[in-house]
Structure formats: C-alpha cells, structure tokens
Design a protein around this ligand. Sequence first.
Ligand code: NAD
Ligand code: UDP
Length: 328
Amino acid sequence: MKRILITGAAGFLGSHLCDRFVHEGYDVIGMDNFITGDQKNLQHLENHPHFEFIRHDVTEFVSVEGPLDYILHFASPASPIDYLKIPIQTLKVGSLGTHNLLGLAKAKKARILIASTSEVYGDPLVHPQTEAYYGNVNCIGPRGVYDEAKRFQEAITMAYHRVHGLETRIVRIFNTYGPRMRLNDGRVIPAFMGQALRGEDLTVFGDGSQTRSFCYVDDQVEGIYRLLFSNYSEPVNIGNPNEISIRSFADEIIKLTGTKQKVIYKDLPVNDPMQRQPDITLAKKILNWEPKVDRAEGLKITYNYFKDLSKEELYKTEHKDFTKFNNK
Ligand code: NAD
Ligand code: UDP
C-alpha cells in the first residue's frame, strides 16, 4: 500500500485531499498545527484504519517514521485576513516549511507536490494568466508575505528538482471554494454567505469591478490528483476560467440566499488584484483536465453546508470584523 503525507490536512483543501487519497486506497498521514485549520474537518477520518494524524508545525524539523511515496505540501494560511494577521508564520511555512518537506521528500525518495497560488502573478498585467507570465507582485506590500513566500516556495522546489533530481510538482491554485471553508475566514464566498445568513449587508471592497474566477473544490482536487501522477515538473494552473466581477458576484449571492440585505462598499485592500482568470490550456493538454462543476451548482452545495453550521459557528467573532485588516 502506498503512503502519502498531506500537510495542512485540517484545512479546507487538505481535508478534501485526505478524503480523496483514503478513498483511492492510500495510507494517509495528515499533518497540521491547527493555526487556521479545524480538527472537525478530519473528525470523520479519526478511526479510519488507513488514516493517521500528526499534530506538528512544519516550520520545525519534520520527521515521519517508515516509508513515504508521496508528499502534498498544503500547509499555509490562505485567506488574506489570515496572512495579514500572521504574516511571519506565513513567510515561515512557505520557506522553512517547504525546505523541511523537500528535505523529507529527498530522504524518503518521495514525489512531492506543493500548493502554489495564482497570487504568484500578483496584480496581473497579462490576462488571462498563463504559466509563462512572471507576475506583478509588490514584495513589500501587505500581501507580499504570502505572494513572496509562495514564489520562494516555487523557486526552492525547482532547485531541489534541478540539483537533487527530486520528483516535484507545482500547482498554481486559483480561488477555490466549497464545504469546510471557515465561515469567518474573510474570503469572499464565506464572507458574503455568512453575511446573508446573519442578516447583514454584503461588504463589497472597492467598487466591485475587480474580477475573480471561482473553482469548486471537487474540480480542484481532481486537477491536483492528475498533476501528482503526471510527469510534468513545472507549474500548472488549476482553476475555473469562468470570470465574474465581485459586484456581480454579490448579486448572485443575494439571489441564491434570498437575503433582503443590500450591498455596501468598503475600501479596497492594498494591492488587491484587479483581475484574475486562469488560462488552463496547459492543464487541458497535459492532464486532460477541465472543471466540471458550474458556479450555480457549487455555490448551492456550499451555501447548504454553511446553512447547516451551528449558530455558534455563525457568530464566532475571531475574524468577524475582517474589514479592519483592509488598509490600515
Ligand atoms: P486553510 O487555511 O483552510 O488550510 C491551511 C492549513 O494549513 C490549516 O489547516 C492550517 O492550520 C495549516 N497550517 C498552516 N501553517 C502550518 C504549519 N506551520 N504547520 C502545519 N500546518 C500548518 O487554507 P486552504 O484554502 O485549504 O489552502 C491550502 C493550501 O492551498 C495553502 O497552501 C494555500 O496557499 C493554497 N491555496 C489555496 C487557495 C484557495 O482558493 N483555497 C488558492 C491558492 C492557494
Ligand atoms: N472581497 C469583497 N468583500 C469581502 C471579501 C472580499 O469585496 O467581504 C473581495 C476582495 O477584495 C477581492 C475578492 O473579493 O477582490 C476576492 O477576495 P478573497 O479574499 O476571497 O480572495 P483573493 O482572491 O483576494 O485572495
């Protein structure tokens, strides 16, 4: 039986990846320090004979007993309010954490896939974004802690590939959503849905003309799965090219949730990218992959998930006032 280590396992994407690999018959080791994740995302796997969990901060030396065939490195804060709140941990997990996991992969002769992001393109001057685009990132801006950590992560991964011949894969993930996102993590989908459920106005940042392209989690997991088993070692975009402005997106959420609240406008966060749309020509060609779940369907599933959460979850205050992390 093949063994796989998944870091960031208690998070949104990590927990879905644990499910997929357990389902495919792998021995899965999940690793997380719960800094932005939640134990309950893994509760259903607790007594599974092919799942084990190690609580560990991957910025410290990572040790796993026994053989390992694959590593998926997904540990990292991913929401702007998370990485603005914990910028140093974000830089460390992308740099020191990635270095530790590359070292582990080398020692175990395992193949490693690292989770990169569309943020490596920054506020892009090329649209849609192809993998060949080098990006437009402000390294000293507030978002720079995340963007540069991920750019460093890609650079050191390619270096391990070139110098040590390590089998590496890099996925550039574009905005992905679905069940198990934290309702209060500040990303736009949980933010709008949480506001609708609490009877609050929907906060659009800036004039809402900035665009995003949202990918449903099952499509993302399928793309990552195919990439891991491909023989392509350079970065690959995985995302849904269906682009929408945030203003129109707020209207979609109003329609979906039936909320009577209105849209209100807040300051646009510094360096908030004005447009984002993946060019997925490469993924189509080498992975024979493209997204299957349309936004209406994915949003309905996600909204039903949030609706079923407890009142306590809905009113958790941790990050509730995310607008305070905007500009100041
Ligand atoms: P998430 O916050 O739900 O999950 C991240 C997980 O990593 C959490 O469980 C957190 O506790 C864990 N973690 C963070 N630092 C750690 C450390 N030092 N040691 C151990 N565990 C640690 O976020 P997500 O949306 O699931 O994102 C997962 C990965 O995918 C991240 O690397 C993120 O950059 C990348 N990504 C996600 C998206 C998206 O739209 N969801 C887009 C681009 C990239
Ligand atoms: N956004 C918004 N209102 C919110 C939360 C986010 O208008 O309550 C905007 C944000 O400024 C950005 C887009 O929605 O332009 C997507 O933000 P998110 O935090 O989900 O991810 P990003 O793609 O910026 O990393």
